[in-house]
Design a protein around this ligand. Structure first.
Ligand code: ZN
Length: 618
């Protein structure tokens, strides 16, 4: 479904608020010079004290410090529309006027962050501002607008002048839109910096999943059609809504920016690309790969992860995290949980909904185990509390690894303790139910609260050993429950025809070859695997078929059939005989015991055993 921006004239909105209790922001996107835009803020004059103009050090959705103050030039105060006064810059993000007398306007130029050195301002592309050749314009207000100290709670009216071809896309309320001016409304400063705007010439994609309406706008649709983006996003949204039962937002906005190299200054290397989650939107900045499957896969992973942040308590709601303070962040012990469980649920949902295969799910977990081992041993609780301190950022990344693995082990432990009657998803659903709307759990009580709701005191040991403590997981102890076996190092000799990933696409049921490292057959990125030695390839047998032909004892010649540009192509070749050594192997037992099969099915489906516990069935 598509629709174009509608012109809404809601002048009545302003009849109740006089100009004196509102901030008025004016931004002119039509006169961009030297990579900077002109901004004006009008506000009620201060009666006494100093007038402080402060840019945020923290913005919603990120734990990184930012210095938008470094992007600001020629900031002045204005009295009676002609008398100009200059402030003193008191620190990287603050400007101060000694005497507020009569100042009711400030003016300045803000540099666009994408083209400025990120080491100076610290603003990740997804939190920044850019203009791409009259094509799109991303506006994150935290990167260009300050608050006036003491006026943070006032409503803000934002008037943006732009070229007529652009349409603004934002969760912010649009008061009016005429050809070259759009006017938005924010309840207060915090709401303003939590809601970006993307100006683009493209049309918005809208669809519904559960009771939430999803909106999506991409800057370019890169190498993807709108239809392809819709096909990628919709099943993810449906899967998340199903998993979480319901989402707390009525409308949710995806900003998808596909960028070519050079669009962002090189100092912002690709590690800084990614996504940021706001209360009603997420902004993704992704590489515009020439291979559409790669973009689709990135969008799928990113959208799923970001949406799971809406699942309480994964939306960072403890007393430490729920109050956003733009000047300082309070440490929380549970960053590993907020990021790790989010990442884990995101993968688990995709597997359950067939958006990824079991082999892809296991591969992700193996990668995470390998990555987390570089940092071991460390305490998740301790590193969570410390990671917002400058210099500890590396650990944040690790919450996606060890935090995710810890979540998986916790999930399996819960299944075991409850004999299939409780899993981590159900525990968090119960937790959510137990919280009244405005109740905020104390940071140090979150874990004990969760354990209490689970009714399994045994979990105290799990948390003290592996979460606050540094004891490594005995993976076999946990994975064994579902008949998966872990080996830290596996060495064997194999006939290698191909080393690549196989990506399953639910819509078409195709298995694509992607990320090719070694190829002895003449495969191409994006080939669809049809047959291996006359056996038809399905999502569930591809790994097994590959294993068979790679076995050093296999005497058969190999013949691959692939679909390439609509035509079936037959490929064969001579294998490389290699000594393969693989780290952190997870193998799925072929013939699990009935008990393991029971747990495996429960784990895979998420369908809890609501009757009697498993052992009673024996
Ligand atoms: Zn996240």
């Amino acid at each position: 479904m598509r629709f174009y921006s509608v012109i809404i004239l809601a002048i009545f909105f302003w009849s109740s608020a006089s100009a004196t209790d509102t901030l008025e922001v004016q931004i002119n996107l039509r006169s961009i010079q030297n990579n900077s835009i002109a901004c004006t803020i009008k506000f009620p004059t201060l009666k006494k004290g100093k007038l402080r103009v402060v840019f945020p050090t923290y913005v919603p959705g990120s734990f990184n410090e930012i210095y938008p103050g470094n992007l600001i030039q020629n900031l002045v105060g204005i009295i009676d529309s002609n008398h100009v006064v200059s402030p003193v810059k008191t620190n990287l993000n603050s400007f101060e006027f000694e005497n507020p007398n009569g100042i009711n306007t400030i003016k300045y130029n803000a540099k666009l962050s994408w083209k400025e050195d990120i080491s100076k301002h610290g603003i990740f592309p997804q939190l920044g501002t850019t203009l791409k050749d009259e094509n799109y314009f991303l506006l994150n207000f935290g990167a260009i607008l300050p608050f006036i100290e003491g006026k943070e709670k006032l409503p803000i009216k934002i008037t943006i002048e732009k070229e007529a071809v652009y349409n603004g896309f934002s969760p912010l309320f649009k008061i009016s839109s005429v050809t070259d001016i759009e006017i938005y409304f924010a309840k207060n400063y915090l709401q303003l910096i939590d809601n970006p705007i993307l100006f683009s010439t493209k049309a918005e994609i809208v669809f519904r999943a559960g009771s939430t309406r999803f909106h999506c706008l991409s800057n370019a649709y890169g190498n993807l059609s709108e239809q392809a983006i819709l096909k990628t996003l919709k099943p993810v949204c449906e899967g998340v809504v199903k998993f979480c039962k319901t989402l707390s937002v009525k409308d949710y906005y995806f900003f998808i920016l596909l960028v070519d190299s050079g669009e962002i200054l090189e100092s912002a290397n690709e590690e800084n690309y990614g996504a940021v989650q706001h209360s009603a939107s997420s902004v993704m900045v992704l590489k515009n790969y020439s291979d559409p499957y790669k973009i689709q896969s990135e969008i799928q992973q990113t959208a799923s992860h970001e949406l799971f942040h809406l699942f309480e308590p994964l939306n960072l709601k403890t007393d430490a995290t729920s109050k956003l303070n733009v000047k300082a962040k309070l440490p929380t012990e549970h960053l590993w949980l907020f990021e790790g469980v989010t990442e884990y649920f995101s993968l688990l949902m995709q597997w359950r909904e067939d958006l990824i295969t079991q082999a892809e799910f296991i591969q992700e977990m193996r990668n995470k185990i390998s990555l987390m081992q570089f940092f071991e041993p460390f305490s998740l609780t301790e590193k969570s509390s410390e990671s917002i301190l400058t210099g500890n950022e590396t650990y944040y990344r690790n919450f996606y690894y060890k935090g995710c693995i810890a979540a998986m082990m916790l999930d399996l432990r819960l299944l075991e303790l409850s004999q299939g009657q409780l899993n981590l998803q159900e525990l968090l659903l119960r937790f959510k139910k137990s919280m009244n709307e405005n109740y905020v759990v104390k940071d140090e009580e979150l874990i004990s609260e969760l354990i209490k709701i689970s009714s399994f005191n045994e979990l105290h040991e799990f948390f003290s050993k592996h979460i606050s403590g540094t004891e490594p997981f005995d993976f076999n102890k946990y994975l064994g429950l579902v008949g998966w076996a872990y080996e830290p190092l596996k060495e064997d000799t194999a006939k290698l025809y191909i080393d690549a990933s196989f990506r399953y696409e639910k819509g078409s049921k195709n298995v694509y070859v992607t990320n090719i490292n070694i190829d002895q057959l003449g495969l191409e990125e994006g080939d669809v695997l049809l047959k291996i030695n006359r056996k038809k390839v399905y999502k569930d047998n591809v790994e097994e078929l590959m294993e068979k032909v790679s076995s050093i004892n296999s005497g058969k010649n190999v013949m691959f059939s692939v679909l390439r540009k609509g035509k079936e192509v037959k490929l064969s070749g001579k294998p490389l005989i290699v000594n393969k050594s693989q780290r952190n192997v997870i193998k799925v037992e072929k013939r699990p015991t009935p008990e393991k099969r029971f747990y495996r099915n429960t784990y895979r489906s998420g369908q809890l055993n609501t009757g009697k516990p498993y052992r009673m069935l024996n």
